[in-house]
Write a protein that binds this ligand. Structure first.
Ligand code: RB5
Length: 152
């Protein structure tokens, strides 16, 4: 499984530690920045990772900012992206089982690194349950298509 990962300045340290974890777990991991603590704009990084996943250049994406909120809002603007902001292990599992999320957002100023690692591993290792959730996801796709204004 290929993972695209990025953060803003608020998540750069957590990203470095998650990249290490992903490599230990045997995932192919592409780090799209940012690479230092200089202030940057989170939508720029969310867009890169979301496009990699939507374009099938990566299987999953992970985005980290201070709260994870801005990253999740921005990533969910890209068609085909189902991004969940997760702060607990139960939701990490449920959002894969039920929502088939393809991008995970984390808040580096909200949760600690050990919890972030548990969330990340759980999210990566849990398969979509399918079944009744397929029709629900199709409804989300319909909303996306109804509201599609075409290329800018
Ligand atoms: C940056 O200061 C902060 O706004 C950002 O990391 C994130 O929390 C936005 O949602």
């Amino acid at each position: 499984m290929k993972i695209a990962i990025a953060s803003d300045h608020g998540g750069v340290q957590m990203k470095a530690e998650l990249v290490e974890l992903l490599e230990q777990l045997g995932y192919e991991c592409e780090d799209y920045g940012t690479y230092n603590c200089d202030s940057v704009d989170y939508p720029d990084y969310a867009e890169i990772v979301a496009n990699k996943v939507a374009g099938n250049e990566a299987d999953r994406g992970i985005l980290i900012c201070g709260t994870g909120i801005g990253m999740s809002i921005a990533a969910n603007k890209v068609n085909g992206i189902r991004c969940a902001l997760v702060s607990d292990v139960y939701s990490a599992q449920a959002t894969r089982l039920h929502n088939d999320t393809n991008v995970l957002a984390l808040g580096a100023r909200v949760i600690g690194i050990e919890l972030a690692k548990m969330i990340t591993q759980t999210w990566l290792e849990t398969d979509f349950e399918g079944d009744r959730h397929v029709a629900r996801l199709a409804k989300i796709t319909q909303i996306e298509q109804k509201n599609c204004k075409g290329e800018a």
